[in-house]
Design a protein around this ligand. Structure first.
Ligand code: FPP
Length: 245
């Protein structure tokens, strides 16, 4: 997969994808380049998220899914993990306050039970109080792993079989999709990974079967609105065949 280098003059003229997913990568390197602690990089990354989420809304993107904390990120230092959790907590408190003004629906993909009880409560509250909004949806992947999500769905289906509710051979892709965190949400047409890395890193493994990946040479804290325009323009240049000729 070739890394995509944006052209400065490029602007997304065509309608944006309905669903964009982003791996917010490069916060640590951004901080290191400035001699700052990694948590400062995540703080800058959280600011970029705010800007880009607003911009997605302006463009008319209906679903934005971001990788905020993976099932593997627990390997990081306690300090770094606490820093990320604090940023999430602050963001959710702010989002809850602005709920009536912004009308953004929030969803969380991942096993929240490993988070602190107060953060779990904030997630539940954000999900519940925003469930009446249907214009724009932000999905936070938190303690999320694509393999973990698929295993959980398989377990849920096996439990249905064991209970005599259905037979194994009756399972369809659609039914399996409905057992995932993303049930009812269209697959992302476009997945953006900044920072120069070219991996999926256990992100939306099922949902990305036919997503267009755009890899960009910019660290997430430096990611700007014109980078998103460039990624959308690149998406429109792709010839999506979905396995057809
Ligand atoms: C990956 O970059 C980033 C993360 C694991 C954390 C992302 C979290 C945030 C941006 C803050 C979350 C809060 C809100 C409000 C969205 P990295 O640390 O792996 O970067 P590196 O590869 O350069 O070390």
């Amino acid at each position: 997969m070739a890394i995509f280098k944006k052209k400065k003059t490029e602007m997304a003229q065509l309608p944006p994808p309905k669903h964009i997913a982003i791996i917010m990568d490069g916060n640590g390197r951004w901080a290191k380049n400035r001699g700052l602690p990694r948590t400062a990089g995540h703080g800058a990354g959280a600011e970029t998220f705010r800007r880009i989420a607003n911009y997605c809304r302006t463009l008319g993107v209906e679903y934005l899914t971001v990788y905020a904390f993976s099932t593997e990120n627990w390997k990081r230092s306690e300090d770094e993990i606490a820093g990320i959790m604090k940023l999430l907590r602050n963001y959710l408190l702010e989002a809850l306050q602005d709920m009536e003004k912004n009308h953004v629906r929030f969803k969380f993909f991942g096993d929240l039970t490993r988070l602190s009880p107060d953060l779990q409560e904030l997630c539940r509250k954000a999900e519940m109080t925003s469930s009446k909004y249907h214009e724009v949806q932000v999905n936070f992947c938190l303690n999320y792993g694509g393999r973990d999500e698929i295993i959980r769905a398989a377990q849920a289906f096996a439990a249905k079989v064991a209970a005599g509710e259905c037979a194994p051979e009756e399972l369809t892709e659609e039914q399996f999709g409905n057992l995932l965190y993303s049930a009812g949400i269209p697959d992302p047409e476009l997945i953006i990974r900044p920072s120069g890395e070219m991996r999926t890193s256990n992100f939306l493994l099922w949902q990305s079967a036919y997503s267009e990946y755009v890899f960009m040479n910019v660290l997430w804290p430096d990611f700007k609105e014109d980078d998103l325009d460039a990624a959308i323009a690149e998406y429109h240049r792709r010839n999506r065949r979905f396995g057809g000729a």
